[in-house]
Design a protein around this ligand. Structure first.
Ligand SMILES: C[S@@+](CC[C@H](N)C(=O)[O-])C[C@H]1O[C@@H](n2cnc3c(N)ncnc32)[C@H](O)[C@@H]1O
Length: 242
């Protein structure tokens, strides 16, 4: 497993973007754990950093197709194509060069087993992504959202209202530094809701710490990241993600 991740980290070394190592590893593990009940969909690809994590994870698992939705109106498109080719994953990624609001027909009738939302971060747009795509996510499938902390009020609000405080997600986790993960279920349990609330407080604590982060000794920050990583790994193993 470590070797897989080391390979991924090498692939990502020259790829621009904001995904942390913990976040990339999480996408990789969730993609690798997909069982084939649906495809993998990403909203917002930029230069392909998260796309590569999803595609490499899928390659290590069931080889499920990855749909990468991004209109690539500004910068990023040429880098996206080159980065995917260099990582050797271009054949398994279908790029849908449209805004997410228009992209659903392009993935056909396929259900979704893993959905990553990281497109337009304004509240109505993130909410629309959630409302359009989450109904296509199979029960047992995972939703991952990026930039769910301040200063991203749109994605933060959707994650808090629709994932952390929801009755439709279990195994809800916060992954350093801005990521929210949850497994869709028909109905969660009280224990799931308590875990989700604890994850929300962890996220809020992290948000409070961000303004003072530059004053935190590096050793203490490393310790905090390790503690969060431990939590997200134990969540992944509990649900079958390797
Ligand atoms: C934060 S970046 C994504 C970063 C990427 N996930 C990564 O790991 O590097 C946001 C991307 O969303 C794309 N985007 C903006 N509006 C969108 C929309 N309506 N639908 C899909 N993608 C959109 C932008 O073109 C941009 O590339």
């Amino acid at each position: 497993m470590t070797n897989d991740l080391e390979g991924l980290h090498r692939d990502l070394a020259g790829v621009g973007g904001w995904l942390t190592e913990e976040e990339g590893d999480t996408l990789y593990r969730l993609a690798r754990a997909c069982t084939g009940r649906g495809v993998i969909v990403e909203i917002g690809s930029f230069k392909g950093r998260s796309t590569i994590c999803l595609a490499r994870g899928s390659q290590a698992g069931r080889n499920l197709p990855v749909y990468a939705i991004d209109p690539h109106r500004g910068i990023g498109y040429e880098d996206f194509k080159r980065n995917l080719a260099e990582a050797g994953v271009e054949d398994m990624v279908t790029h849908i060069r449209q805004p997410s609001q228009e992209a659903l027909p392009a993935i056909g009738e396929e259900p979704i087993e893993l959905l990553f939302i990281d497109g337009n971060h304004k509240y109505p747009m993130v909410l629309e992504d959630f409302e359009l795509f989450v109904p296509r996510l199979v029960d047992g499938g995972y939703l991952v959202m990026h930039d769910t902390t301040s200063p991203f009020p749109g994605s933060k609000r959707v994650a808090e209202e629709r994932v952390y405080r929801s009755r439709r997600f279990r195994d809800v986790r916060f992954v350093f530094s801005t990521m929210t993960v949850g497994q869709k279920v028909a109905a969660n349990t009280l224990a799931d809701r308590i875990q989700a609330r604890r994850a929300l407080y962890t996220k809020k604590l992290f948000e409070l710490a961000v303004p003072v982060r530059e004053h935190i000794p590096a050793s203490l920050e490393r310790l905090g990241r390790r503690a969060l990583r431990g939590r997200s790994r134990s969540g992944a193993s509990a649900t079958g993600a390797r």
